[in-house]
Write a protein that binds this ligand. Sequence first.
Ligand code: MSP
Length: 730
Amino acid sequence: MKRDSVFRLNHYPPCPDDQFKGRNLIGFGEHTDPQIISVLRSNNTSGLQISLKDGNWISIPPDQNSFFINVGHSLQIVGRRGLHRFQLTLNSRTEQIFVGHLLPQALAPYSKKMACRVQYSMQNSLWFLSSSRFYSQIQSQRVHSRHQKYFCKQLLLSSSFSKGVRSCSCSATTSNIDADINNSNAEAFVLTTPLYYVNAPPHMGSAYTTIAADAIARFQRLLRKKVIFITGTDEHGEKIASAAAANDSSPSKHCDSVSQAYKSLWRDLDIAYDKFIRTTDSKHEALVKEFYSKVLANGDIYRADYEGLYCINCEEYKDEKELLENNCCPMHLKPCVRRKEDNYFFALSKYQKRLEDTLTENPDFVQPSFRLNEVQGWVKSGLRDFSISRASVDWGIAVPNDDKQTIYVWFDALLGYISALLDDKEQPNLQTAISSGWPASLHLIGKDILRFHAVYWPAMLMSAGLSLPKMVFGHGFLTKDGLKMGKSLGNTLEPNVLVHRFGSDGVRYFFLKEVEFGSDGDYSEDRFINIINAHLANTIGNLLNRTLGLLKKNCQSTLAIDSAIAAEGNALKDTVEELVEKARQHYENLELSSACEAVLEVGNAGNVYIDGQAPWSLFKQGGSAFETAAKDLVIVLEALRIIAIALSPITPSLCSRIYTQLGYSEGQFNAVTWNDTKWGGLKRGQVMAQPNPVFGRIELETEAKNAGDSTKKASKKMNKTPKTQKAVEA
Ligand code: MSP
């Protein structure tokens, strides 16, 4: 059975309409879409303009990479500047669509002018409106949408010309499509970080979860999954209100400012989140109230008095037996306060059996596996109902039908994982949010908030009749002198300072490589500098720099042979392939440190290879030795190309620089997928960029000074301010 899904590429003659005269028309659509008239590229601004039938124009400024508008069931997307991944909004839901993904090199020259229109209703069809030669490049387009239809390798292609219209239609058979629908790669991957308290600006401990989440999200995107990476801020509750008061600020102003500090830090750390939810967003508040009402309707909320010891920093009543001397919280080392309140309670105890069964039947639900025992222990020891409202706290969401109480911050914040899925324009209701990506594939959290995520949250979801997340991963703590680094203890490390001094790649790499994901890890500046110098500046950066230097000197920076041919029968290629496969498996299993290690091993193998082959002397010998040397450089550069992809989830910015040095554009780098780690990407004739160090070695000033003047060493106090050095020795 063959089901055709038609792809058309039309090149239209200039638009007849007078108002478009003098403009460079790149496409003119008269398709089934009733609203679009034309897509134009204006001469003077080089921005794009779209004309709609209702007389409106939409202008896309030249600096905007992608653009979309929603037209009923169909959608217009315009992509420019080599950007190949688009956001697709369909029926108010956000989708991702990959256009031209498999042919980044071939498409790059045309993609600047590419406009495409996707109609995803009856026919699953895709039109390209573009420059004339574009059509011949579409050989293996893959279109990826929410409903997981893929048109990929097996796509049939034909093209025809009639009346000045070039069209290209591609069809895929039903079996091709269905095979891809069942392919797990087509699945959505929704992951979350905790929503951070805004009582103080972010510190390195909070940044750690987000860096890890970003690396995982980037890896999943490389696998072409439809990733929704959610982060945000938890803004209600007593400790936020007190922090605002201590700063002489209103809670809402205070939240705006700290929430913004998180956003800026994420930008500086190259965190590419898709959704940022604030628990003070109105859509979130609406959802929390709806959720509360559902749980109430299910008979799981009741009113009662409660008296106990409360830790404000944990925002939790504590069991006296878990407290230290003077009723101090073991986490925050501050005394808990005795409280008595008339509160609403959630009937957690009702869910004991279902939770036990869930944990037994889904042993992967809590990760790493050693944390599962802990969670099972809590559940087995008996679950007590918990209070989900506060009479004493104003700064929060009012309990429906009782505005004297506010909803407990955890009963509020956990819902952020669902409300984040809503677009601002959408009706804020649970149904809409759920259908946009719930359940989450992965909640990444620190181990201190495991009970909330692996016990309270699943029970709350069960009560509301919603699906459970697929996995909760509790990582360890960054510590200083063995104590959890944190805002409450005030022993934090300033991520802004680290990023400013060492760059985002260094910070990301160090914490992901050196702290085994799941366990605790201590920070020391000396170790930090040693690691990133050794791994990023030397093993990878210097290998690239010296190889490019040799290629420039001897081969005019041009590759003499295809990397696939160069590596025939070569052991390095096999080693690289094995290591890359290892890295992939480690990423899949969230073993981020081991993934880094495997990629680093590729760099080590490259260094061993180049040192063993000594191409610098082979070049001098000339003849066939010269050819061998030229081939060796291609092999090493191909290994580096693969490193740039495989390490990109960890150090995206560094990897982009490596890719650029290898003669690719930024757009081409943005379009790579994990498939591109296959050996053979570099081709004969590819011209490399001018060798330029991609990662500056960090020098401790003491070292620099000591090297120059050893007598100063004895008399001068240690000054450990590191300096990044521009040049990396070749
Ligand atoms: N607001 C709650 C989470 C609500 S999620 C619906 C919260 N916020 S927090 O700002 O206190 O902590 C956020 C995350 O940062 C937690 O996962 C916590 O474990 C993590 N970290 C805070 N300090 C940390 C370290 N020193 N090391 C590693 N992560 C730590 O809890």
